[in-house]
Design a protein around this ligand. Structure first.
Ligand SMILES: [Zn+2]
Length: 222
């Protein structure tokens, strides 16, 4: 399985792609983790829209789900294909953004994709989930707390943790992840940042012993 980084941006970056990743089960069968407002254009440009058969959404902030409906509509109306959607419950969201009949665009979760989820604290009143996909990749979503002490973190081959630089916000700070075990930190990669903060994050990640800071186009064999 191959992980490909499509975007690493936090919500308010000037340009680039919002936090998003594809786990390729096969060359033509990808699981998309989060589909923020700028992801759809990337998927079309890369000719990936017909290959993303499953989408997992961590939560319903626009930088994590803002082009989900575009992708589902394109696959349904142009490619005549349905899509599996999991992670955070999207029923109300789909009704609001897609209208009556939205169910036709979605098919039952495929047996060939496995994932579990657990709720993490984020913005008040909003459900947010960490996702553990194919027993290999653990993704934090915008968790306000570290998920590095979870049992899934022990088992995971790779962890993606969204972070911020400041403590006390709705996304955990990089400093608060630093007390995790060294072997956990070594397989943890950081994402969800503003491009201007990249160098600062890289220096901190190195000092703390994290695997690194994700960049667009990075790939990993899992
Ligand atoms: Zn969020």
């Amino acid at each position: 399985m191959k992980l490909e980084v499509l975007g690493t941006n936090a919500a308010f970056a000037k340009d680039g792609t919002t936090n998003s990743f594809v786990l390729w089960k096969y060359e033509n069968d990808g699981i998309l983790l989060d589909c923020g407002f700028s992801v759809y254009q990337d998927l079309l440009q890369k000719n990936y829209a017909d290959k993303i058969n499953t989408v997992l959404i961590s939560h319903l902030h626009q930088d994590h789900c803002g082009s989900l409906v575009n992708l589902l509509d394109y696959r349904f109306k142009v490619l005549n294909r349905t899509t599996s959607v999991g992670g955070t419950p999207t029923d109300k969201f789909m009704l609001l953004h897609s209208g009556i009949g939205w169910e036709a665009k979605i098919h039952t979760f495929p047996e060939n994709v496995s994932y579990t989820k657990f709720e993490v604290p984020h913005a008040k009143g909003m459900e947010c989930y960490a996702l553990f996909v194919e027993n290999k990749l653990l993704y934090s979503g915008d968790s306000a707390v570290s998920i590095l002490s979870r049992p899934e973190a022990q088992v995971a081959k790779m962890i993606i943790h969204d972070i911020s630089l400041a403590k006390g916000g709705i996304i955990v700070s990089i400093d608060e992840l630093a007390d995790a075990a060294p072997e956990i930190k070594a397989k943890t990669f950081l994402s969800h940042y503003l491009p201007k903060d990249y160098d600062t994050l890289v220096a901190k990640a190195q000092a703390y012993g994290f695997g690194g800071v994700l960049k667009v186009g990075d790939t990993f064999e899992l």
